[in-house]
Design a protein. Sequence first.
Length: 91
Amino acid sequence: MPDFDKKYNPVKIVLEENYRSSQAIIDASKQLISNNPREEKHLIAAGENKEYTNLLPTLTVYESEEEEMLGTLNQILELVNQGVLESEIGV
């Protein structure tokens, strides 16, 4: 709707506290999207896991979708074998 702003007079709401991700995840995400042409958000971790430091995020490059699937599965299985709960693993 080209006239949405005139019709409804929207208010901009900026949420800065993230209750789902650790600060390490937020920082990694910011780094990944830093070249996107959009307004930068200043997010901070605020939930129980904000200081979660058991395992920092990693970036892995695979040659194919199948290699990515198998590599991801192997990483998950390795974490589970080390005692990490499946509910604590994010992909």
